[in-house]
Design a protein around this ligand. Structure first.
Ligand SMILES: Nc1ncnc2c1ncn2[C@@H]1O[C@H](COP(=O)(O)OP(=O)(O)O)[C@@H](O)[C@H]1O
Ligand SMILES: [Mg+2]
Length: 252
């Protein structure tokens, strides 16, 4: 099951660039939350702070707190444990290109010490089914490589790989922006299916996509969270003039 995310006074830097400034928000469990805003406003940096990926950059710094369920992300757990509980999918599908489909999905489990064939087979099948890819690949699991799939299939493979280690949160940073409309629709359908079981945070520059998939939407501008509310409110009656200007296309 998904869990809620509580972010308090989150600040992030790249060197002297104060990229995120005093971000406070509560992301509810078992819903999709969309993050929108112009390029460079800090959306990717924000999601990377949720699973401690930001700090993998040597010039990066983070202050403030993130709780994922009862887990204090910056104090209670190792980055490895956090990244198991918080899966991530990126703009460019990044399967392990030479590994088989099966091995791509099993990779996280093997890293966590699972060796039992039956267990691995079961988890691979379940994860590929959850990612709506099973029917397309079930006869080629060990024959085809990750790189042999189409872009949309690769992205669903990356989602299956993330789901295989049983995360509570799924972060998706523009997961469909490199995909064609049919593949994009499949990813959106998938978000719909998955959100009853996982807490989903999706960064998107596509406002229709945010409106279609997300219960809640946050609008970022220049490193600040300008407004966070139900998606309906953000798109029909935003409380801040800057949100209104953005969603009506006046800038960005
Ligand atoms: N690896 C990096 N090194 C230095 N600055 C970065 C790096 N990544 C992002 N930034 C800067 O941080 C700010 C926010 O970037 P980002 O979080 O990628 O925005 P978004 O995802 O909303 O487009 C930008 O000013 C960007 O130039
Ligand atoms: Mg980004």
């Amino acid at each position: 099951m998904g869990v809620g995310i509580e972010v308090k006074n989150l600040n992030a830097w790249y060197g002297n660039n104060h990229t995120l400034q005093d971000i406070n928000l509560h992301i509810p469990a078992n819903q999709a939350t969309a993050l929108i805003g112009p390029s460079g406003c800090g959306k990717s940096t924000f999601v990377r702070c949720l699973n401690r990926m930001h700090e993998t950059n040597p010039i990066a710094k983070v202050e403030g707190s993130v709780h994922i369920g009862d887990l204090d992300v910056y104090n209670d757990a190792s980055p490895v444990e956090i990244r198991r509980r918080v899966g991530m999918v990126f703009q460019r599908p990044n399967p392990f290109p030479t590994m088989s489909i099966y091995d791509n999905v099993a990779s996280g489990l093997r890293l966590n010490g699972f060796r039992n064939r039956r267990v691995l087979d079961e988890v691979v099948e379940r994860s590929l089914k959850h990612a709506a890819l099973w029917d397309e690949v079930k006869d080629d699991l060990k024959k085809k490589s990750g790189a042999s799939l189409s872009g949309g299939q690769q992205q669903r493979l990356c989602i299956a790989r993330a789901l295989a280690v049983d995360p509570e949160v799924l972060l998706m940073d523009e997961p469909a922006s490199a995909l064609d409309p049919v593949s994009t629709a499949k990813i959106e359908d998938l978000i719909f299916q998955l959100k009853s079981q996982y807490t989903i945070v999706i960064v998107t520059h596509n406002m229709q996509q945010a409106a279609r998939v997300a219960e809640r939407t946050g609008f970022f501008l220049s490193g600040k969270l300008v407004e966070f509310d139900t998606t309906h409110k953000i798109f029909t009656n935003p409380g801040d003039k800057r949100t209104e200007d953005y969603i009506t296309g006046r800038f960005g």
